[in-house]
Design a protein around this ligand. Structure first.
Ligand SMILES: [Fe+2]
Length: 198
């Protein structure tokens, strides 16, 4: 009978997530993305080593937490933007949060395909996200744009950092997905930054 996969051990990263947010995960990953599985199902066998799947799932979990936080910030700004540019920013933020929201599903389901649980709670996201939480009080319109530029650039950096982890493990689908995410974040950051240039 096939053995059930063991749970990954706790690690310093799991204990102090804030200080390690955004770091490239080591082989085997941490409890950031807990391994799933059951004795009644065959062990996952997609040609990517278990240790590598764990590291990739951890990297993807961090990208997911940051993408979700940036999604929520953008949706908040869609609701709360004020000033003479209301119409254009309100509409632009909607297009951006819709794209971010859609991408969270793709990232989370890739984590599941690698045999790990996807994080999906505010508690988990706040532990592993690098992007700061939504501001308590709505900032002025151009400050919102500045915050979103930084957010998109941060997610792009985090995603780009994990591409070699996926590539070295032969996980082309994850590497391609992260590359596509970097393209979107870089382009969105450029468009937002253009609003700030006189
Ligand atoms: Fe709306």
């Amino acid at each position: 009978m096939a053995k059930a996969p063991k749970k990954t051990k706790s690690s310093p990263i799991a204990k102090s997530p804030a200080s390690s947010a955004g770091k490239v995960p080591v082989k085997g990953g941490t409890r950031v993305a807990e391994e799933s599985g059951s004795r009644s199902a065959p062990i996952i066998n997609i040609g990517i080593e278990r240790q590598d799947r764990a590291a990739i799932a951890e990297g993807l979990s961090r990208v997911l937490a940051d993408t979700y936080t940036l999604y929520l910030t953008t949706h908040n700004f869609h609701w709360n933007v004020t000033g003479p540019h209301f119409n254009s920013l309100h509409a632009m933020f909607m297009a951006q949060y819709t794209e971010l929201w859609t991408s969270t599903d793709v990232i989370a389901e890739r984590i599941r395909a690698l045999g790990h649980y996807a994080p999906g709670s505010y508690a988990e996201f706040s532990k592993i996200a690098t992007v700061p939480d939504v501001p308590e009080h709505p900032p002025k319109a151009m400050e919102m744009v500045r915050i979103l530029v930084k957010g998109h650039e941060t997610v792009s950096r985090i995603a780009r950092e994990f591409i070699p982890v996926a590539e070295e493990a032969g996980d082309d689908p994850t590497a391609d997905m992260l590359t596509a995410r970097c393209t979107v974040h870089d382009q969105t950051a450029w468009m937002l930054r253009s609003l700030l240039e006189e």
